[in-house]
Write a protein that binds this ligand. Structure first.
Ligand code: C2E
Ligand code: MG
Ligand code: MG
Length: 505
């Protein structure tokens, strides 16, 4: 009927047909029919042309397969997964059943690729996907999203308990050692999980939610499963926005460093300055670090900020030096930054850019709590920085739990008594006791000690009496822009009572 009406309308028809060859084998053909008319316009006859397009068809089918399957593992790819998930959602909705989406990322897979090469890496991916397939049910879908990332679609998970059991099996399957040639290799997986209809999102969102939960698994130590928490979603979005805004702030020079002097109270000498970051926000005004640093915690941007701070401090030291001002500058280093394996090497590169600056004048402040976290690793990084000439101070000392033995192994030249103890040491005997013991500890281990948060002359007097001569605080100076420092240096008057004070008095 289609052919007839097409011929009547246009005088021609084209379409695909299935036909049979003389040997009986069927083939795909492209049929073209043309009407031939005589000079008066009367139909004389029809010419049919059939072209065998079987090879073309095979190509097309292969193309479709390529579009739907991952070439390495032959698992479904993200396109096919999208289709299946959509259909599964319709079914789950109709039949009121639950469905789980797992996002799975292999842990430290990059390490295998880097160590043994991509061929071995591919073999591991193959073996692990094979093990995973064995762990799931026939009705489930395992898809490879690319790299070392997979998604598992678990249909009809009766109770959350069922799903948990399945997921535990998948986790185990991933951690199974695999044999590749002469190597016995083992990986693990971080899995994020979300369950429909508890999570009532659409197909794309479900995958994204599982992906987000996977990141939580990574953060919490890998080789585990985390469930997506809808309440987290809003938080994560907000954080991402804030991170993006901060990245922009760094790039467009909205951040700047303030400097707060440190002095030897008894001698009336300025011993150095601490660089403290500020954000000159176009709408919100000058922001203190507490307003924006917490967002960065653990994000790679923290390192970018840290290197920006070091660079700015070095550049400032060079400028001051040119004006005849030689001052030690300390910068605060975030834990995630300090813990980078190549921290010292990167610091070396930054120092090389400022050869005029004596590395010994750069001090790195690390928090006592970080220093404790992985003492061995931190001590190694610190030793490497020592070789470059850098020095360390342990910031906020007294807030962590530094045992004596730890302190012995920590190659830091200075202990900074936390300001929370200094502030109230004249009225709170417990705080005074802590300040006293930090000062004593520094003496025993032959470290310098500095008190931060000195807000009054009286506190300074008492510190000198206790044997701590160096201090930083509002009583001396507030943090100030770099260009204000020369004037401050020229006009600052030490307190007579500090100069007169004697240790042990
Ligand atoms: P921190 O390293 O312990 O720095 C001392 C903080 O105490 C500074 O606050 C300083 O302004 C404040 N301060 C100084 N003297 C007094 C005083 O007499 N009384 C009181 N109440 N406060 C005083 P700021 O600038 O708000 O910095 C807060 C924290 O943010 C710093 O504590 C440091 O941990 C962090 N931070 C600042 N700049 C950076 C940076 O560039 N990188 C990193 N990672 N952290 C930074
Ligand atoms: Mg500090
Ligand atoms: Mg501090």
């Amino acid at each position: 009927v289609a052919i007839r009406s097409a011929l009547a309308a246009n005088g021609s028809y084209q379409g695909e047909i299935w036909s049979r060859r003389k040997d009986g084998e069927s083939y795909a053909g492209l049929l073209t029919l043309n009407r031939i008319c005589d000079s008066h316009g009367a139909v004389q006859n029809y010419v049919a042309l059939v072209v065998d397009i079987t090879p073309l068809r095979a190509k097309q089918e292969e193309l479709e397969r390529l579009l739907q399957f991952d070439p390495l593992t032959k698992l479904a790819n993200r396109i096919l997964l999208g289709d299946r998930l959509q259909q599964a959602l319709l079914r789950a909705h109709r039949e009121q059943r639950a469905l789980a989406v797992l996002y799975l990322d292999l842990d430290h897979f990059k390490h295998i690729n880097d160590t043994y090469g991509h061929d071995i890496g591919d073999q591991v991916l193959l073996a692990v996907s094979h093990n995973m397939l064995a762990a799931i049910r026939e009705t489930d879908t395992l898809a490879r999203m690319g790299g070392d990332e997979f998604v598992v679609l678990l249909e009809d998970v009766g109770s959350p308990y069922d799903a948990d059991e399945l997921v535990a099996r998948i986790l185990q399957a991933c951690a199974q050692p695999v044999v590749v040639g002469a190597l016995l290799l083992q990986v693990s997986a971080s899995i994020g999980m979300t369950v429909f209809p508890g999570d009532g999102a659409d197909a794309d969102q479900l995958i994204r939610h599982a992906d987000q939960a996977m990141f939580v698994s990574k953060r919490e130590g890998r080789n585990r499963v985390c469930r997506f928490d809808p309440a987290l979603e809003a938080d994560i979005q907000l954080r991402n926005q804030q991170l993006a805004r901060l990245a922009q702030a760094i790039a467009s020079d909205e951040l700047l460093l303030f400097y707060q002097p440190k002095v030897n109270m008894r001698r009336g000498q300025v011993t150095g300055v601490e660089a403290l970051v500020r954000w000159q926000h176009p709408q919100l005004g000058l922001l203190a670090p507490a307003a924006f640093l917490p967002v960065l915690q653990g994000d790679p941007l923290e390192t970018r900020l840290g290197e920006w701070v070091i660079t700015q401090a070095l550049a400032q030291m060079r400028r001051w030096q040119a004006d005849g001002i030689r001052l030690a500058v300390s910068v605060n280093i975030a834990p995630s930054h300090l813990q980078l394996a190549d921290f010292a090497a990167r610091l070396g590169v930054l120092l090389q850019r400022y050869p005029e600056v004596d590395p010994g004048q750069l001090e790195l402040e690390i928090l006592e709590t970080d220093a404790l976290h992985d003492l061995q690793a931190i001590a190694t990084v610190m030793q490497a920085c020592h070789v470059l000439g850098g020095r360390f101070a342990v910031d906020d000392f007294g807030t962590g739990y530094s045992a004596l033995t730890y302190l012995r192994h920590l190659p830091a030249a200075t202990l900074k008594v936390d300001q929370s103890f200094v502030r109230d040491m004249l009225v709170d005997p417990d705080d005074l006791a802590i300040v006293q013991s930090v000062i004593a500890l520094a003496g025993v281990f032959q470290r310098d000690v500095i008190a931060e948060g000195v807000e009054s002359v009286a506190i300074g007097e008492r510190l000198i009496a206790l044997g701590c001569d160096t201090a930083q605080g509002y009583a001396i100076a507030r943090p100030m822009p770099a260009q204000a420092l020369p004037a401050w240096l020229a006009t600052w008057q030490p307190f007579p009572s500090w100069i007169a004070a004697r240790p042990g008095g």
